[in-house]
Design a protein around this ligand. Structure first.
Ligand code: FES
Ligand SMILES: [Fe+2]
Length: 316
């Protein structure tokens, strides 16, 4: 990780649901080793089609369950001595021993809760392995209205999730860095662990200004849904998964209605390109910046400190 591994940030890792793989990366019978949130774990898809996640190392003698292991039914077979592991952390079979000791035959916290939806696999991560404090749920546009996935991209960025998502509250950088009109300060609503914001704007188009509305719903630090209304109909699922304290895997998955007229298709394409253009400008700044716990802010900077205060709820 070269010069970027130097410590430029001492924020802890937030807990939450984080995307760990795209559904298509894990077919039935496949195993994937993963390393996120400074935690090594393993994912597999059982015969029943469901994804499971366990700590990476077999509690017997420490083999890594992500390499040369085998999916047997819905369980995972360790390559070293063939102990068989269920998705809830139980050891179900030890082939050379008549009985699984009772303390191994119980579900345990080696298991990580999994949620799969919208073409992504999410894992609940918590530093003390606390059970999920909230759930992810289907998004109506996709589950009921039949919207389909379109463009996808991902980036590894040199910034923690808190700072990455603070970008929207940093009003002054829009004009300076992105050369766009600074957006109006969004209306913010917080409900438990979910943040909602909404902003109405007039968006310039070649055919004159159009009233548009952008709403954001962020059920936790790992995922947000940005819905564009008016100028076009589009949904951006943005996902941010901590790799370690200063590196994050950022993913963009866009969804559109199954039927969209040509003009809106063009606006959608332009909007996606514009999001990426702005993001790449942010990424250049993030690559070299440092987290300042006590920044010097002035009028016009936007609700940066309020955002930071809100984000505290995701730290154990
Ligand atoms: S190390 Fe996994 S069964 Fe022995
Ligand atoms: Fe930005």
């Amino acid at each position: 990780m070269s010069s970027n591994s130097r410590k430029r940030c001492d924020l802890p890792l937030p807990f939450g649901w984080f995307s760990v793989a795209r559904s298509g990366e894990l077919e039935v019978g496949q195993v994937l080793p993963r390393d996120f949130c400074e935690t090594e774990f393993v994912l597999w898809r059982g015969e029943d089609g469901l994804v499971r996640a366990l700590d990476a190392y077999c509690p017997h003698l420490g083999a890594h369950l992500g390499y040369d292991s085998q999916v047997v039914g819905n369980d995972l077979l360790c390559p070293f001595h063939h102990w068989q592991h269920a998705g809830d952390g139980r050891v179900t079979t030890i082939p050379y021993s008549p009985k699984v000791p009772p303390k191994l035959a119980r579900a345990c916290d080696r298991a990580w809760p999994v949620y799969e939806d919208m073409g992504m696999i999410f894992v609940w991560w918590h530093p003390h392995k606390a059970a999920p404090l909230w759930e992810l749920s289907p998004v109506a546009e996709i589950s009921e209205e039949g919207w389909t996935a379109t463009e996808y991209r991902d980036w590894v960025v040199d910034i923690p999730v808190q700072e990455l998502t603070e970008n929207g509250a940093d009003i002054a950088h829009f004009a300076a860095l992105h050369g766009t009109k600074s957006p109006p300060v969004p209306e913010l609503k917080i409900d438990g662990y979910t943040r909602y914001s909404s902003v109405s704007t007039r968006m310039p188009t070649p055919r004159g200004d159009i009233d548009g509305k952008i709403t954001v719903r962020a059920p936790g630090p790992g995922v947000s849904f940005t819905r564009f209304h008016g100028i076009t109909e589009m949904l951006l699922m943005q996902m941010h998964t901590p790799i370690d304290r200063s590196h994050t895997l950022l993913r963009h998955q866009y969804f559109v209605p199954s039927v969209l007229d040509d003009r809106k298709i063009n606006v959608t394409k332009a909007l996606i390109r514009e999001t990426w253009r702005q993001l790449e400008q942010d990424i250049r700044i993030w690559k070299h910046k440092k987290y300042l716990a006590d920044p010097i802010l002035v009028k016009g900077d936007g609700p940066i400190l309020a955002y930071r205060e809100f984000f505290q709820r995701y730290y154990a």
